[in-house]
Ligand binder design. Structure first.
Ligand code: MRU
Length: 355
């Protein structure tokens, strides 16, 4: 089976971060070279790189690039510049907590560091590489843990893109599906197209094609009908942030999908690395929900024509909050957590995220 290359990687030759330009898929698979922290911020903001784990690792490399781009010969000045860059990167997208997690990780290293500028540059690059490798390792464990929940013949609805593209490699929720498929289980996927940026129709469908997993794209609103008709066995999606009580913040539409699953007794699972858990947010309402440019909604065309009347206005909420009571389980690299989630998450925090 054809394997994707990593969605992002450090290129020694050009001393840049190479990322798959997700805005060009599925038409074209193209890598873009990011040379500065500003390039990285722009790529995250414009969703050239997207998906919570990919955003986090990309920002970590952004910090490493910041250390290289500055002309400071004084470590203290470089440290101050890195803190400024951290703030700047954090402002790109507010909801995915992996971004905060990665930048804070890098800044913790900066704060503890004593040594020369060139040593700090090398340390930051090596830390970013480590976060990238750990992401792949975590995703493989998520996939193995989650695949145990899937049965031969399962029909699954998934939302947004949670595959290799949304991570460094392999994926979270889509990684679970991919693993089950690689284990020989016959899985059929209904892919929510995921308005307005169409991550499902463009990216998940593209990945499933690569892996040879059968699927059909559906409009987001069709999921409820399919679930109620008894045509779906499980619902599986990712997370941008998970609050301490198990509320899941994910791509807008996840809440309605989970409601339909719950109302029909169909299990719904969120799959994510433990770096997506935000123990500082007691529940989903404490999490900032990104509101993007209304043009992403208004620019919709049908048969080559803009669909909305001139002067139409829109609100473009990028994420929503799924209350924990609608979820059957949380799939992480440390195992599958079951309700009550406030307790299973607290245990996870206590024993250590990777235990
Ligand atoms: O706006 P996006 O495309 O970055 O949103 C992505 C999602 O909502 C994903 O479901 C989530 O980040 C998990 S990706 C493994």
């Amino acid at each position: 089976m054809e394997r994707l290359m990593r969605s992002l990687f450090w290129d020694e030759n050009s001393q840049s971060l190479k990322v798959i330009d997700q805005s060009c898929l599925p038409t074209e698979l193209r890598y873009l070279a990011l040379h500065t922290s500003r390039d990285v911020a722009e790529a995250i903001q414009e969703m050239v790189v997207r998906g919570a784990p990919a955003i986090g690792v990309c920002a970590a490399y952004g910090m490493a690039l910041a250390a290289k781009e500055s002309n400071y010969t004084d470590t203290a000045k470089l440290k101050a510049y890195l803190h400024e860059t951290g703030e700047y990167l954090l402002a790109t997208r507010p909801t995915a907590v992996n971004l905060t997690w990665a930048v804070e990780n890098m800044l913790a290293l900066v704060d503890q560091f004593s040594g020369s500028v060139s040593e700090l540059q090398a340390e930051l690059l090596s830390e970013a590489q480590q976060l990238a490798d750990e992401d792949v390792k975590a995703n493989m464990a998520i996939a193995r843990n989650g695949a145990e929940l899937l049965m031969d013949g399962d029909v699954i609805v998934t939302h947004c893109n949670t595959g290799a593209l949304a991570t460094v490699d392999y994926g979270t929720a889509l990684g679970v599906i991919r693993m089950a498929h690689e284990q020989g289980k016959h899985i059929h996927v209904y892919v929510d197209e995921t308005r307005p940026r169409l991550q499902g129709a463009r990216l998940t469908a593209w990945e499933l094609t690569q892996y040879g997993i059968p699927y059909d794209i559906i409009v987001d609103a069709a999921a409820g009908y399919l679930i109620r008709s008894g045509k779906v066995d499980r619902v599986l999606f990712g997370a941008d942030r998970v609050a301490a009580n198990g509320d899941v913040i994910n791509k807008v539409g996840t809440y309605m999908l989970s409601l339909a699953a719950y109302d029909n007794g169909i299990p719904a699972y969120a799959a994510f690395p433990t770096s997506t858990i935000d123990f500082d947010s007691p529940n989903g309402d404490a999490v900032p929900i990104e509101e993007r440019d209304p043009d992403e909604v208004l620019a919709l065309t049908y048969q080559g024509r803009v669909v909305v009347p001139e002067g139409a206005t829109a609100r473009n909420y990028a994420f929503d909050i799924t209350p924990h009571r609608l979820l059957s389980g949380l799939i992480t690299e440390s195992g599958v957590l079951y309700p009550p989630f406030f307790r299973s998450l607290a245990v996870l925090k206590h024993v250590g995220r990777n235990a």
